[in-house]
Design a binder for this molecule. Structure first.
Ligand SMILES: NC(=O)C1=CN([C@@H]2O[C@H](COP(=O)(O)OP(=O)(O)OC[C@H]3O[C@@H](n4cnc5c(N)ncnc54)[C@H](O)[C@@H]3O)[C@@H](O)[C@H]2O)C=CC1
Ligand code: BAL
Length: 499
């Protein structure tokens, strides 16, 4: 467990941080070709943090060309997997060396709590990079069950130049989920961070160069979705795109692919994830802790947030008492105070969106919270509502938990599945068979039983329905995104000898 510092010590670190602000292309930092920049701010204070290169399609072209050259000459793609592993392990070690600075940078740029950055985001990011590095020299190719006169091999090859487009809610962790398997597999990367949260990504690029990652293998193009994300999605020399973000933008990437070179597309999208608590659930304090963590962790800005509590009537009152008591312990405030669990929403625009839902909640049955604490800061809010209300149906991506009361297990499952999304779900019951039947019936990529979570790096993560498309992040299955299967069929017949 990380030893946390005091707020004043974190503020001192923040004041002394230095980090790159330009795009990282072909092994070096450079301004946007247009010379333009955009301002990134600390959403908790509104203060400007840095001016960052505002790239456009011409910078994307440069980055893709650098990535293609690196891929084709094999400076990374053709290395022995063990050599790629060593470089990625050096990167992980450098990130560990600079873990505290990375945590503070992440907190400043995203409004995330230093508690989460120190205890989850940064350590988990390092773990994920290490895990994929360690995996890559332990994956074997296959030989098929062909006849004695043939050998048929099924080999994995890196897919080529990959475009990775990141969201702002877990900037470092999503970076690791994507570059970990992509680089381990031997791909070259052109990565676009979310404009709101670019700084930690650029710092990792700097560390990757220090770790010995060859030039051109990891390129970071900074800027907006329309100026950088779209040209990357449409680029004819990008072989695949892996995207995490909203369902609306994910849909665009399918169009970009269809309109350009039919690049492969993997989408990890939104969610409105049900947390089902049945009448026979036990240890309601623990259940409430999971419910509150699921709903309010990272200010609810989590695609797998357990944002819909579906509770059986018989347990409603007792559970909600515990939920209220637990939510009251989640203090809202300065993200650099390690006692704080709810920091700032990521941006003014996102705050405005969530505040709109909070406004809608005022005409419902608010059971806890319901207030704006300060610009950017919304207190954890629990609101009972009809199953088909806007609050219960739409992805809010903020600290607002809806509660829907049901009368039976069947109704609970039906309400849980009555959504266009299917990313994650939880079910709480002391009856093992009932819980497992529920887990099988819930239409979601990850279902947790008697807990909230999204698994770890060892288990695949991705969605059913409009929560996902084309592949999975995490686990050995993440490597399927970044590799092609090639069949090599060898005829052993010696025609000259007649056998
Ligand atoms: N599934 C998830 O993890 C996330 C879901 N969201 C949801 O999306 C909502 C909107 O947030 P946004 O930041 O606007 O998400 P977004 O999906 O638009 O942004 C994600 C990434 O896509 C890029 N992008 C945006 N427009 C693009 C375009 N036209 N072409 C190519 N790339 C583009 C962005 O710059 C960013 O890097 C949130 O309120 C939340 O509901 C947001 C972030 C993460
Ligand atoms: N929870 C990890 C994936 C995401 O929220 O974007």
């Amino acid at each position: 467990m990380t030893d946390l510092l005091g707020t004043s010590e974190y503020k001192a670190i923040a004041a002394g941080l230095s980090f790159p602000t330009q795009a990282f292309i072909d092994g070096g930092f450079r301004p946007a070709l247009s010379g333009k920049t955009f301002t990134t701010t600390n959403p908790a204070t509104g203060e400007a943090l840095a001016e960052i290169a505002a790239c456009d399609a011409r910078d994307v072209d440069l980055a893709v060309a650098a990535a293609r050259a690196a891929f084709e000459d094999g400076r990374w793609s053709k290395l022995h997997p063990g050599e790629r592993k060593e470089t990625l392990l050096r990167l992980a070690a450098l990130m560990q060396e600079h873990a505290r600075d990375l945590a503070v940078l992440e907190s400043l740029d995203a409004g995330k709590t230093i508690f989460d950055c120190e205890t989850v985001d940064v350590p988990e990011t390092i773990h994920v990079i290490r895990w994929h590095a360690e995996l890559i020299d332990k994956i074997y190719d296959q030989v098929s069950p062909a006849s004695a006169s043939h050998i048929a091999m099924v080999v994995r090859e890196p897919v080529g130049v990959v475009g990775l487009v990141l969201p702002w809610n877990f900037p470092l962790l999503m970076l690791a989920w994507k570059i970990g398997p992509a680089l381990a597999a031997g791909c070259s990367v052109v990565l676009k961070p979310a404009a709101e949260t670019t700084l930690s990504t650029l710092r990792v690029a700097e560390l990757a160069a220090e770790a010995g990652l060859p030039a051109g293998v990891l390129n970071i193009v900074t800027g907006s979705g329309s100026a950088v994300g779209e040209p990357l999605g449409r680029h004819p020399d990008v072989d695949m795109v892996s995207f995490t973000g909203s369902t609306a933008t994910g849909r665009r990437f399918l169009n970009y692919s269809a309109d350009s070179n039919l690049k492969e597309v993997v989408l990890e999208l939104g969610g409105k994830n049900p947390c089902v608590v049945l009448d026979d659930a036990e240890d309601l304090e623990a259940v409430a802790a999971h419910v509150v963590n699921g709903a309010f962790w990272n200010m609810g800005q989590n695609c797998s947030a357990g944002s819909r509590l579906i509770v059986q009537r018989g347990i409603r009152d007792r559970l909600l008492d515990k939920v209220r008591a637990e939510a009251a312990t989640w203090l809202v405030g300065d993200p650099l105070d390690p006692a704080i669990r709810v920091g700032s929403l990521v941006s003014q625009a996102h705050f405005d969106k969530v505040a709109g839902y909070l406004e809608a909640a005022q005409s419902e049955n608010i059971l806890f919270g319901g207030r704006i604490v300060a610009p950017g800061f919304i207190e954890p809010t629990v609101v009972e509502t009809a199953r088909d209300s806007k609050l219960a149906v739409e992805e809010i991506f903020g600290p607002i938990l809806t509660v829907v009361v049901v009368d039976s297990v069947d109704e609970a499952i039906a309400v849980a599945n009555d959504t266009e999304y299917g990313l994650a779900a939880s079910i709480f019951s002391a009856n093992g068979r009932r819980a497992l039947r529920g887990a099988r019936a819930l239409r979601a990529g990850t279902v947790t039983v008697n807990s909230f979570g999204e698994g770890d790096v060892t288990t695949p993560f991705g969605g059913y329905k409009q929560s996902g498309f084309g592949g999975r992040d995490n686990s050995i299955h993440a490597h399927d995104q970044y590799t092609q299967l090639k069949t090599i069929w060898i005829d052993l017949t010696d025609h000259a000898a007649g056998d």
